[in-house]
Design a protein around this ligand. Sequence first.
Ligand SMILES: Nc1ncnc2c1ncn2[C@@H]1O[C@H](COP(=O)(O)OP(=O)(O)O)[C@@H](O)[C@H]1O
Ligand SMILES: CC(=O)N[C@@H](CCC(=O)OP(=O)(O)O)C(=O)O
Length: 276
Amino acid sequence: MLSSKLLIKYGGNAMINQQLQIQIAQTLKQLSDTGHEIVLVHGGGPFINRALEKAQINSEFIQGQRQTSPEAFKEIQKTLIGEVNANLVTTFSQYGVKAIGLSGLDNQTVTVKQKKLQLSLSDGTNKEVDLGRVGEITTINPELISTLSQNKFIPVMASIGADQNGLGYNINADDFAGEIAAAIKADYYISLTDVEGLYRHYPDPHSIVRTISLQELPQLYGSVIQGGMIPKIQSCENALKKGVKNAVILNGTKPEQLLHYFETEEKIGTTIKKQS
Ligand SMILES: Nc1ncnc2c1ncn2[C@@H]1O[C@H](COP(=O)(O)OP(=O)(O)O)[C@@H](O)[C@H]1O
Ligand SMILES: CC(=O)N[C@@H](CCC(=O)OP(=O)(O)O)C(=O)O
């Protein structure tokens, strides 16, 4: 494969042990050494759950988005930037990756407004849900991350951003990754999670959907696509519509899939295509 621009989303569920993180570090090093420009966005759901539990703060997910009170936001920012990002950058650097830890706050890379969710109710009406301090991205300034990645550094980004008044927001890492992929005009948007891809009958891995087009997705939300898979698929959709060439979901608990993907293309994971 020729050298490409990659946006890799590393989900919290695929970083649950140090060995997995080391294998991802080794893969990033290989991809970078072969000339790929890489930006990595990480999640941290399980780490946030633990921190909120310890702080005795309740949190609920609605359509894969964590309702975030101001108190929860403080813990989430500490966890994503101070713990998950710092630990990933440390491990990656130990394995020769030129990792630079950032969030959307640095150089105002990511600006947000408060995200509103529209829920469709069974009686056919819609209800707006207040998610609290959850951000919807309004603008991205890719200057900093592009400068770094073009110079062979790998920006490692936590999904925190601020609004125009400087108020910080929690951003779903899939939403964040899809928008960054579009902003840097990535050739590949690769989402690493803890399942093989999108299953038609979750949790049966034999029901994996190998390829699916944008046109086929809308009817699957709420039935086939649930929970954490909602923002993941939506972010692939968003990235493709905004010009990203390829979007794929792979199993990050099998880090070897990342290199394998570039050798075999569509034979592993779920590829979301623009056209059927
Ligand atoms: N149709 C589906 N196929 C596969 N996974 C699904 C599906 N629907 C919901 N999921 C859930 O989505 C999860 C992945 O999203 P998430 O937990 O947010 O992971 P990550 O931390 O990688 O972002 C899977 O572990 C699974 O529980
Ligand atoms: C608003 C929202 O849902 N924010 C996410 C941010 C982290 C994340 O998305 O992590 P994963 O990629 O591991 O799921 C959260 O609070 O869990």
